[in-house]
Design a protein around this ligand. Structure first.
Ligand code: PMP
Length: 428
């Protein structure tokens, strides 16, 4: 079979007619399917129901050190919660602050502290004429929204299959003191599913930065989110804090994680890990902001997940639900699109997304066609700063939420939309 690009105009026009017919048929079904956001499926949420029964009596509310968690106190996390989150963040409990239900919130707070007060004695970023940020792209739209809202100039840097293009990152960080930070989703990245290589982590730690207060926002949202049980099939990430300590840049990283996609999104616990100086500064500021976060929820999480092993066992249950969905995406895209040509997609070993690269100039049209046919996708462009994908090619597929049968149907629709948009494009 020739690829679409190899077909003559007559052949392609006939094919387009066929695709239009197929598309109209799909539209007539009145579907309402969703592959837009990385939400766990109901079956995954059900896995964590015992958590809600972990703290029910007055006795249950006492932490290991005797704190009555129904009351005020312990502003920065119960010792046992720090231990649990230290396991997720690959750090020491002393370097961890346990926070509320959202790591995104924790990142926003960390950014706002730098913005308002500076960090470790530096000039508040909000007082500077210009602040710039390195944005590995495709990336996470909510990160980009945060820096955009503050008027921070976002500089996209291409992702490779080992992490961000480090030649570019190093060049930008070294050349301009207004470049204050970088967004990183270092493991099973959103959306590409890439885990940064050891070399990338070491280069991030060691690179020369024109700004002394350059910060790596290390959003390890998918740190425990493997799709495979066998360790040989799991990605491993070098710890940025250790790499920075070795490179003499220990204050450079802020590490974040949460249990959003471990237990309940929106009702989990989050944490920050950072150097002793950064943690001391954050605590000082946070003590003004809050008396403390929800300790009863910390207790529930510790009793339910216990430790690194308990967490890993729980994540294997998630993986058992998710694996067939990712397999289905792979199979459907392979069957539907390998002969078409011009398309690429990721085959991640963890995380929540498949990153799809359509032929250049087709992504917006594909998402539009899918929407009209009743399949909601993440907006084209959303994975790039300012919503602008320079090649109009990347689409984030989020296969976790729909049940398998619905996902199957949604992928059929998606494949038809890709083919139709590509045929339209080639015919001009
Ligand atoms: N970071 C990344 C990379 C994510 O994909 C998500 C969820 N989609 C979040 C953070 C949000 O995490 P939380 O619920 O802890 O705010």
């Amino acid at each position: 079979m020739p690829t679409y690009a190899e077909m003559g105009p007559g052949e392609l026009a006939a094919l387009k007619k066929e695709l239009e017919r197929a598309y109209e048929e799909i539209k007539a079904r009145g579907l309402a399917l969703n592959m837009a956001r990385g939400k766990p499926a109901q079956a995954q949420l059900d896995l964590s129901m015992p958590l809600l029964k972990a703290v029910t009596s007055a006795e249950d509310c006492t932490s290991a050190d005797g704190t009555d968690c129904r009351n005020y106190g312990v502003g920065f996390g119960l010792p046992e919660a720090k231990k649990l989150m230290a396991a997720m963040l690959d750090d020491e409990p002393d370097n961890v602050i346990v926070m509320g239900n959202s790591s995104l919130n924790a990142m926003h707070d960390a950014l706002m502290r730098c913005w308002t007060f500076g960090t470790l004695g530096s000039m508040p970023w909000g007082k500077l004429d210009a602040v710039k940020w390195i944005c590995p792209s495709p990336g996470y739209d909510r990160h980009f929204a945060m820096t955009e809202e503050l008027g921070i100039e976002m500089i996209p840097v291409p992702m490779t299959d080992e992490g961000p293009d480090m030649d570019e990152v190093e060049r930008i960080a070294a050349s301009d003191a207004s470049v204050k930070g970088i967004w990183c989703v270092p493991k099973y990245s959103n959306p590409d599913g890439v885990t940064y290589s050891d070399e990338v982590v070491r280069r991030l730690a060691a690179m020369e930065c024109a700004a002394e207060d350059f910060r790596i926002f290390w959003d390890n949202a998918y740190c425990a989110h493997h799709l495979f049980d066998d360790e040989a099939e799991q990605d491993r990430l070098l710890d940025i804090a250790s790499a920075c300590r070795e490179a003499g840049t220990e204050d450079r990283p802020f590490k974040f994680a949460s249990t959003s996609k471990v237990t309940f999104p929106g009702a989990g616990i989050s944490a920050l890990a950072a150097s002793p100086a950064n943690v001391a500064e954050a605590k000082r500021r946070m003590a003004v902001q809050t008396v403390g976060h929800d300790k009863l929820n910390q207790l529930r999480h510790v009793r339910f997940l216990r430790d690194a092993e308990g967490l890993a066992a729980h994540m294997r249950k998630h993986a058992a639900i998710l694996r067939p969905k990712f397999d289905l995406v792979s199979r459907k895209l392979e069957e539907g699109l390998s002969d078409v040509g011009g398309c690429l997609w990721s085959k991640p070993r963890g995380g929540y997304f498949v990153s799809f690269f359509a032929p250049q100039g087709c992504a917006r049209r594909i998402v539009e066609l899918a929407k009209e046919a009743g399949v909601e996708m993440t907006g084209a462009g959303a994975t790039y700063p300012y919503g602008k994908d320079p090649r109009d090619a990347n689409i984030r597929i989020a296969p976790t939420l729909p049940p398998l049968e619905e996902l199957d149907e949604a992928l059929d629709v998606f494949v038809t939309c890709v083919k139709l948009a590509y045929a339209e494009k080639l015919l001009g």
